[in-house]
Ligand binder design. Structure first.
Ligand SMILES: [Mg+2]
Length: 166
């Protein structure tokens, strides 16, 4: 199984990070060092990733590539993933279709994200992919309406239970 996980608000507490680095200039200059942002990785993330090393774990994040790379390396999470994909401004449905559309779908693919429009792009472009919306309590995007064609979980513990059924 290929497990594609989003970064912001899926494994990384972006709201807490943004409260800390509210100065946009400071954020752009990446004032943190590698490891400094590890405290914003959700508590359930590393245990979850360590329990799923038998899966192909892919980190996929949208937005300014340089900034996203700085956050990922700041959070020291890379050793837990086999691949990292920085999509820039490309919707994840397009990216997944481009990267995995040719594999004949021999392996099931599960995609997890908090953002409805990303999930909807995956449902539209890659109907064979299981799209899972993570709605972490208190996170901004969790208030947006449900997205059609997606499963829902509240955290990675619930995702673990769901993966056992796939
Ligand atoms: Mg996100």
């Amino acid at each position: 199984m290929i497990l594609i996980l989003d970064f912001d608000r899926t494994i990384f507490h972006t709201d807490a990070f943004e409260n800390e680095y509210s100065d946009a200039v400071a954020v752009k200059k990446s004032l943190w060092k590698d490891g400094d942002l590890a405290r914003h990785i959700y508590d359930d993330t590393i245990p979850f990733l360590e329990a799923h090393t038998h899966l192909t774990r892919v980190l996929m994040t949208y937005g300014n590539k340089e900034f996203q790379r700085a956050k990922v390396s700041g959070s020291s999470i890379s050793p837990h993933f086999e691949h990292e994909v920085y999509t820039g401004r490309e919707l994840k449905g397009e990216t997944i279709k481009r990267l995995y559309g040719e594999n004949g779908h021999a392996e099931p693919i599960v995609f997890v994200d908090d953002t409805p429009y990303q999930l909807e792009s995956v449902v539209a472009e890659c109907p064979e992919v299981t799209a899972v919306r993570i709605k972490r309590i208190g996170e901004t995007k969790s208030l947006e309406p449900s997205c059609k064609g997606c499963l829902e979980v509240e955290d990675l513990k619930e995702l673990e239970a769901l993966l056992k059924k796939i």
